[in-house]
Design a protein around this ligand. Structure first.
Ligand SMILES: Cc1ncc(COP(=O)(O)O)c(C=O)c1O
Length: 390
């Protein structure tokens, strides 16, 4: 078996930015303000500047980043929050943690992002059932590309719902040059190391346009603190960002725009080289993806992955089982027509290596392995029966 190329190469990025990261970390160590130090406020200002809209509040991780606005809006028992099922656990988990009920919504078959018609149907169904009060929608910018906000926002507004962009994978993505916060009430980010803008530990942020919301979220971030220290206005969290992580993120933010373009170049080479061998990602018109993942669809996924592995190409499945099919989420409402697109996508998607520092030799190896599978499948269908699904 050939040597494996990396799926994500954080060490290659480390080597490229080593000097700026090391001096930033040493500065924090010398200053001694390890939690919510000056780098944290500076990072918050830069995050909003990079997004081109709103104000940013840092927090401990991308999960808390979604929970904080829900808590700030007082969403809780008896409330419905509409979420995709084809996402990481956090998107629905925070709704349950807030005491509310997630209602799962289907996705678009090409972008894997929330399908507007399914959202409308889910809202109508919840309203006519009359058991839950619709309160918010959490759209996910899955794999780095913005959800269809121009279609989702009017639906949310028509029903008086808050709109959150779970931009954990897509901070830096744009639609017609605008960040998702242009449409959403809150945009949430994860700085988990493997994310496009990753720290060297956990971290997160939530951006919003409304000053009153910002003030309440700031209080929620630190135990619900009021105007004075040790005075509490509400129940909150301990969700502070370490100063060292903020300093690392400031250094990484300097090269982030360039890294998005480096990822785009890899995506362009993949699309050109793979042709029709697999279903390549579809990015909606006017969007810039951050390419958190390069996710293709293929029939005979197990055989495909085994073939890639033989060629030294790792792959991953995001996500093999949609959330509504996991036991803790199984009892929550689905739209009347169910989630057929979500369930089909979960059977066929495969994510390929993607990172900004990918050398051409690795890109070409992935392309050769992908196109080689197709050729092999055509040449030896008898010996490879698992390549066709029924
Ligand atoms: C779509 C989505 N939402 C939320 C999160 C949660 O982020 P974190 O791991 O920083 O809590 C992630 C990260 O894995 C994610 O991919």
């Amino acid at each position: 078996m050939a040597d494996m190329i990396p799926f994500i190469d954080l060490l290659a990025q480390q080597a490229r930015i080593k000097d700026r990261v090391e001096s930033a970390v040493m500065k924090v160590l010398g200053e001694g303000r390890y939690i919510l130090g000056p780098e944290v406020s500076e990072l918050e200002a830069r995050l909003a500047e990079f997004a081109g809209i709103g104000r940013a509040l840092s927090c401990a991780n991308g999960t808390d980043a979604i929970l904080i606005p829900l808590m700030a809006w007082g969403i809780g028992p008896g409330d419905a929050v509409f979420v995709p099922s084809f996402t990481f656990a956090s998107t629905a988990e925070v709704v349950v943690l807030a005491g509310a009920s997630p209602v799962f919504v289907d996705i678009d078959p090409d972008t894997y992002n929330m399908a507007p018609e399914s959202l409308s149907e889910a809202i109508e169904a919840v309203k006519s059932a009359g058991e839950l009060t619709p309160k918010a929608v959490i759209a996910v910018d899955l794999f780095g590309q913005p959800a269809d906000y121009p279609a989702l926002e009017p639906i949310a507004r028509q029903h008086g719902l808050k709109l959150v962009s779970d931009c954990a994978q897509g901070y830096g993505c744009t639609l017609n040059g605008k960040a998702s916060l242009h449409w959403a009430d809150a945009l949430t980010v994860s700085f988990y190391p493997a994310k496009p803008l990753g720290a060297y530990g956990d971290g997160g942020a939530v951006l919003c346009r409304d000053d009153a919301l910002f003030d309440v979220m700031k209080s929620v971030r630190v135990h619900g603190e009021g105007k004075e220290r040790y005075e509490y206005a509400r129940i909150g969290l301990n969700s502070r960002l370490d100063t060292i992580q903020a300093a690392i993120l400031l250094a990484k933010l300097e090269v982030f725009a360039e890294e998005i373009q480096m990822r785009q170049a890899v995506a362009d080479k993949y699309a050109a080289g793979m042709g029709n061998a697999v279903k390549c990602p579809h990015v909606i018109a006017g969007a810039q993806s951050t390419w958190a993942q390069y996710t293709v669809e293929v029939e005979g996924r197990d055989a495909f992955r085994a073939h890639l592995a033989e060629q030294g190409v790792p792959s991953a499945i995001y996500y093999p089982i949609p959330l509504h099919m996991h036991e803790p989420y199984a009892g929550y409402p689905l739209p009347p027509r169910g989630l057929p697109v979500t369930e089909a996508a979960a059977k066929n998607v495969v994510s390929l290596p993607m990172h900004p520092d990918m050398p051409d030799a690795d890109v070409n190896r992935v392309i050769a392995a992908v196109t080689g599978f197709r050729a092999q499948a055509h040449g030896s269908r008898r010996s490879c029966p698992s390549v066709s699904h029924t």
